[in-house]
Every structure is written in structure tokens, then in C-alpha cells.
Design a protein around this ligand. Sequence first.
Ligand SMILES: [Zn+2]
Ligand SMILES: [Zn+2]
Length: 194
Amino acid sequence: MFNFFRSPKVPPSAPIKPDSAKKLTSKGSIKIIKQTNEQIQIIERIEQAYCLAEAFFNRSFTRPEIGFKLRGKSAGTAHLQENRLRFNPVLLTENIEIFHQEVVPHEICHLIAYQLYGRVKPHGREWQGLMAQVFKLKPSTTHSLNVSSVKGKSFSYSCGCGPISLTIRRHNKVVRGETKYRCRRCKQELTKEN
Ligand SMILES: [Zn+2]
Ligand SMILES: [Zn+2]
């Protein structure tokens, strides 16, 4: 019954085939909104999740506005009054399975809790009940996401002790010749590994 939680696995390296949705702007000109495969899958997943919630409560829910421009370390956010969901496109590409299984139901439960009960604790009783009863999920407040790519890039350097990684900020200083880094232990200058 809950088979649809298991979406077809898409490897992160899969080529992104942009799909164009045409929308009329207020001026009547055509605006092209490009969506990646992953984003289309998420939009479909959201619709499935809403259908499930509607069947469960035997009522309809207004569909949210969906955006994919969230930055930083959050996978998704729910804006209750605007009935809007925002997702992180970088994390989505790298964690498509977890978005399907956890992130989408998690954020939808925030919106549905608001529509059913009004202002309640974000991860309180009402939200937990929705996660468990409608989506049969453990109401955990954190996602098991791989966030390495949004944590900031690191660069491999080495000294006499072995490899060491420098942050992008430090690496850029080395590249610009502003500074040199030395290992505290062996006192050797750190050199970039290829
Ligand atoms: Zn939450
Ligand atoms: Zn060293």
C-alpha cells in the first residue's frame, strides 16, 4: 500500500533533462520555467502525499506553492500562512531517496497540521500524529541527509605527516599568494595535492 514511498532509484550522476513548463506572465509573454527531473519527481511525490492525506481525512487540502531555491543546510521549509514549500535543490540532487521518504512528508505534515489545527508546536503532538498515522513514518525531526556538499568545499593538501584538508577560504588565500600554511607538528609547509 505504501509502495510509492520507494521511488525508482535515480543515481546522483544521472543527467538532468530539463523539462520546460510554459506559463503566461501578467504581460502575456511566455516565461519558461525549467525544472529538473528530480524536481518533477518531488512535485509528483507531493501530489501523491496530498492524495493520501485527503483519503485519510476524507477532506480536501489546498495544494501548496512549491519552490526549489532554498539555500544553506536545510533540506526544506514549510511556510504555513503562505501555504508554501521550499526545497534545497543541491541537497535534493544528492539525496533524492530521502527527500521522497522523509523530507516531503515531514514538510507536508507542517502544512496539514496548520490547516487542521491552526498554530501548534512545529514538531508537537499534531505533527507527530500526522507523520505516524498518515505516512506511517517515525516522527523524527532530523533528516539523515548527506550535507557534505553544502558544508563548504575542502581542498587536499599535505605535509610530512600526511594529507590534510584546507577550507576553500584558506585555499583561496594560498592561491592568491596571501599566506602560506605550515603544519604545527612537522613545521612543513602545506602543499597542494593533485
Ligand atoms: Zn520540521
Ligand atoms: Zn605535518
